[in-house]
Structures are given as C-alpha cells and as structure tokens.
Design a protein around this ligand. Structure first.
Ligand SMILES: *Cc1c(COP(=O)(O)O)cnc(C)c1O
Length: 377
C-alpha cells in the first residue's frame, strides 16, 4: 500500500473491530439488511432442474432477490455505516459491471453521503444502464481511460482519490480484495449468506448439504456462503472461476488454473501475470468475474485443499443461464451462471438424496444485452 494509506487502513481496522463488538452498530445493520435490502433471502428448492439433471437435490440461495439485484448490498450497507461511524461524509468505489457502483450509490443516497464511482471507459460503454442508475442516485461517475479501461484501472484511480481525500472519504471496496482489513471485513459482512443458508437447509431437510457451489470473482459471495460451513468437514465446497474463451493467458480469469502468487492492490494472493510479473489482461463474458487477482483467503483455502476451485467457460455459463430460466423461471446473472454450469456437471453424479446448495448471487436483468448478443434466444 502507499505509505500515505497506512494510517487510514489502521484506523479502519480499529473502527471495524470496535463496530463488531458494538451491539448498537450490529442492530442498526441488521435493521437495514431486513427492511431496506430484503433479508433474509429465501432458499429455493429447484425441483425441475434437479429432476432434469437426474441426481442431487439443488437448492438456490436467492441473493438475486435483494435490493439492487445482488449480494453486494450486504457489504455496502456494512461499510457505509462504518464510514459514518468514522465521521466520513464521502464514499469512493470502483466498479466493473456497475453492480458494486450501483449498490454503493444506493447506500450513499440512503445515508446522505457524497459518492464518486470510478469505472473504466470500456465498462461504461458496455454497462450504460448502470451508469444512468448511479447518476440518478446522485453519484458522480468518473470514466477511467488508462490501461485496459476496465476494473483494475478503476481500482487504481479510486485508491488515488482516497489518498488525496482521506480526511473525509472512505474507500468502499466491493469484494474480499485489497489490504487488510478489507478481505476480513467484507467477508464478515457477507457471512450472513451462509449463516442464513445453514439454518434454512437444516430446518427444511434436517441435514447439512453435501456440496456448496458459488462463483468466484473477487470472492465475496462465495466466502460469504462457505465461511460458516468450513468446520463441517463433510460439506464439500467448490468455487467456480471464469474460464472465458480458453485457458491461454488473457482469455480467462481462472486465477487458480493459470495464476501464481503475487501482489495486486495491496493483497498477496494468486494473480494472473506474465512470466515477467506484469499483471495480465483478463476476459470473461461476465464483468463481475473479470479480475486478475482473487481474495487472499481463497488462496489460503486453495492451499489447504478445503475448497476446490474449477472454472466454467463463457459458453457453458450462457447455456446454464438459459437452462435455469426455462426450468425454474429465474434469469440468473452471468456470474452465478458459472456456478450453475458446474452444478450441471456434478448433480447427475450424485444420488437423489444428496443436496447441492448454490449461491444465486445476482439476477440477470443487467445481462439481457449480452444474452441477446450471444444469440441464445
Ligand atoms: C460482483 C458480482 C460477483 C463477483 O464478485 P464476488 O466478490 O466474487 O462475489 C458475483 N455475482 C454477482 C451477481 C456480482 O454482481
């Protein structure tokens, strides 16, 4: 991290620890999660899909039903309240597809804070409706024209802004990335997914799931689902990365298939890089999975062998999205469609009494243009 950010990062660590122990903070967050965001989200038994695949029973954790359409609002509400507690009046964020930018702009509007979102110019063109949403919510959207004009460059600019305006500004990181305390803090704000899901599956089936599946971009929705099941050794977990067009460097975002340890944006973790250590470009049909590094805790879980990581291609994800739409009347975002693609492969190999729980991290409205272009209708 830049030297100038060491103090704010330490201040944030202390504030987060204090807030975690503060019953009033926790009650305020719980209130907003319930009445503003729409928690708890349902756990839905996808009977037709399970029947169609002919194996395990598939349950969907419906994060797609949350306000703003994805799990990102869980983290934004938590960090927004924390920023207020620190006396900050302004939020800065990066965004790729615009989902995190929209969730941050939403929370800024709710809490009466100023908001600036950095977005690569390439992404602004691809995700124009989300740019309008953020502006309608009162946020300033700043286009980033450097580098590949995508997420990595937007994070660079966001951090530059934070260094300059740190006295009144909180940097609201969108995933379990960046320097400590972000990976830990964002995980703690997303853990509610797994806490609810654990209780829900035990209430409905009286057994733990055999397998958890979630897509891994930065890794926040997956760690949110997995975390409370880590001590349950009998529960297998699979994280699905973006296999993109192929596994040659630059054509995918499967860090555990093609990356090696390195540092990006303040975290030591698996990074897609050239033999010389330059950060590689990445590709995925889903902007939310399109980043060269992965949350460092996933790297630890990978090394320990506790979580298995695999990847689904653009084409497999598009096909899985179409299948869920037809079978269950739910159009998923392209990110969790990668998780569904893995379920399509694994469910038939499991018995009918076994249970797979999938995190449906977001809804597909934002991806309609991509579905249309891909010609899957
Ligand atoms: C942003 C996003 C992701 C990827 O981010 P994680 O931190 O890996 O969860 C996945 N799904 C949806 C719907 C998203 O918007």
């Amino acid at each position: 991290m830049p030297e100038t950010l060491m103090h704010p990062v330490e201040e944030l660590t202390e504030a987060f620890q204090a807030a975690s122990r503060d019953a009033k903070f926790q009650a305020e967050l719980a209130h907003l999660l319930k009445h503003f965001a729409g928690r708890p989200t349902p756990l839905f038994h996808a009977r037709h899909l399970s029947e169609h695949l002919g194996g395990a029973q598939i349950y969907l954790k419906r994060e797609d039903l949350l306000h703003t359409g994805a799990h990102k609002i869980n983290n934004c509400l938590g960090q927004g309240l924390l920023a207020q507690r620190l006396g900050k009046t302004r939020l800065v964020a990066e965004t790729g597809a615009g989902q995190h930018g929209v969730a941050t702009a939403t929370v800024a509007a709710l809490l009466g804070m100023d908001c600036t979102v950095y977005m690569g110019e390439e992404d602004m063109a691809r995700q124009a409706p989300n740019v309008f949403r953020m502006r309608l919510l009162g946020a300033e959207v700043v286009g980033v024209a450097s580098g590949s004009k995508t997420l990595k460059d937007a994070i660079n600019e966001g951090m530059r802004d934070w260094v300059t305006n740190v006295s009144n500004t909180h940097y609201l990181m969108g995933s379990v990335l960046g320097p400590h305390p972000y990976p830990l803090m964002v995980r703690e704000f997303q853990r509610i997914i797994g806490q609810e899901a654990r209780e829900q599956i035990l209430t409905t089936t009286r057994q733990l799931p055999d397998l958890l599946v979630a897509c891994v971009g930065g890794g926040s929705n997956s760690i949110g689902l997995f975390y409370d099941f880590i001590p349950d050794r009998e529960v297998k977990m699979v994280g699905v990365e973006a296999g993109g067009r192929s596994l040659s460097l630059g054509e995918h975002a499967a860090r555990f298939a093609g990356g090696r340890p390195g540092v990006l944006h303040g975290a030591y973790t698996y990074v897609l890089q050239t033999p010389d250590g330059l950060i590689s470009n990445t590709h995925s049909v889903s902007a939310g999975l399109d980043y060269a590094a992965v949350g460092p805790e996933h790297s630890a879980l990978f090394r320990q062998g506790r979580v298995e990581y695999c990847h689904a291609s653009d084409e497999e994800a598009l096909e899985a999205a179409r299948l869920l739409a037809r079978m269950e009347g739910i159009i998923p975002a392209l990110e969790p469609a990668h998780a569904l693609a893995e379920v399509v492969k694994r469910a038939p190999r499991l018995g009918r009494e076994q249970i797979i729980m999938v995190n449906l991290s977001g809804r597909g409205d934002k991806d309609l243009g991509i579905f249309q272009q891909a010609g899957i209708l």
